[in-house]
Design a protein around this ligand. Sequence first.
Ligand code: ZN
Length: 169
Amino acid sequence: MALLKIITFPDPFLRLKAKTVTDFGKDFQTLVENMFETMRDAPGVGLAAPQIGESLRLVVVEYKDEENENAKPKRFVLVNPEFTDKSEETVVDIEGCLSVPALAGEVERHYAVKLKAQNRFGKPIRVKAEGWLARIFQHEIDHLDGVLYPDRATRVFQPSEEDLENIRD
Ligand code: ZN
């Protein structure tokens, strides 16, 4: 396994629309593992392939519900994801991004989402999420279309040390 370099704003690669994944072979499996390793090392809770310089519709997420101490981290690999439903209800919360270092922003997101995707082997899957996990999915899937959270933010700011501890990016 290997750590991958995370590219950062304003690299124009982050603005491209990523390509559909069609090859689920060995190189792709290695890429998925390397993305998990890179995300944990950063550390972050989500990473999209364009952030490491691959134009592929691939997102990895590892999320632990911090309100439930006994919860095990949930791992998601979403390939070619598409939203099938988004709640009318929205919530505003603070986000960060590994590709937009040292900043944070207030972003309005749908409270709950449903999506269809393929798993790492190409098998169709359906996933639903609410709250923070739904926010992570929306943030990461935006990366596949070249959208960064400051595009949607009502306010972008430089967080204090204390703020940083509270932002789970
Ligand atoms: Zn991001």
